[in-house]
Design a protein around this ligand. Structure first.
Ligand code: ATP
Length: 234
């Protein structure tokens, strides 16, 4: 039996004060899928993720999680329902140690011991650096820390914004390999990326976002082709 979408946006409108930036966004995330949200700067990818995380409220449209309407539900309550986001820029506290950064995530109900176990099992390098200040680690290690903090809360939906930002291509592909493993373990992942190529190998489908709307969804390679020839002059 098809369990239906895990997360669904239908006709979502949202914005900042009087300025509407999402003009009716439709998007579906199925269980275990990795949906790449692609498109040029300013198209509304980050705002879409913010709506999914409850950080930004939709002014109209329907937002459903596992078939249940969750319009107006706060970010904290969505986190309790299993929606976890890693914002653009990773959200790591540079002046806190690895361990202290993990401790911050205990606010969502996981214990520090659980968070540390998840982090150091998947990323042994973080175990070696548990007392190191996060800001003194490489960008890739900081991204591993951000992922660990998210995973420690045992989410069902992971929202990722521009994981590739500021990272060398080799590190980006390592991080996306890990994201692919998480999806294979059953996590459902929505990832906004300006650099489509980074996320393509692990995406199950892609959505092209332009000027506040998802204009096309489909096979990741086709969407990337359309993106590079039509919108980025490639
Ligand atoms: P980027 O990759 O640059 O983050 P994006 O596709 O994620 O682009 P958004 O960040 O969602 O796009 O931005 C969509 C539009 O909303 C842009 O025109 C942007 O200027 C505007 N916007 C974003 N955040 C705010 C804010 N806090 N206040 C006012 N306008 C905003």
């Amino acid at each position: 039996m098809n369990p239906g979408p895990l997360l669904e946006l239908a006709g979502i409108r949202a914005g900042y004060g009087p300025i509407e930036v999402l003009h009716g966004v439709d998007l579906v995330l199925d269980p275990g899928a990795v949906v790449a949200l692609l498109g040029p700067n300013g198209g509304g990818k980050t705002t879409t993720l913010k709506v999914c995380a409850g950080i930004q409220q939709a002014t109209s449209g329907e937002f459903r999680l596992a078939g249940r309407a969750v319009n107006g539900v706060s970010a904290a309550d969505l986190a309790r329902l299993g929606v976890c986001s890693i914002p653009e820029g990773r959200g790591v506290f540079p002046n806190l140690t690895v361990r202290e950064n993990l401790w911050i995530a205990t606010g969502t109900g996981a214990s520090l011991a659980e968070l540390e176990e998840v982090a150091y099992t998947r990323f042994p390098i973080l175990g070696q650096r548990r007392t190191q200040l996060a800001g003194s680690m490489s960008g890739g290690e900081q991204q591993m820390l951000a992922l660990s903090r998210a995973l420690g809360t045992r989410p069902t939906v992971l929202l990722l914004d521009e994981l590739s930002m500021g990272l060398a291509p080799r590190i980006v592909s390592q991080i996306y390999d890990i994201v692919g493993e998480l999806a294979a373990e059953g996590l459902s992942i929505l990832v906004a990326e300006q650099f489509a190529r980074a996320v393509l190998p692990i995406a199950t489908s892609a959505a092209l976002m332009l000027q506040g709307r998802v204009v096309r969804t489909g096979n990741p390679a086709e969407i990337e082709e359309e993106l590079s020839t039509s919108y980025l002059g490639g």
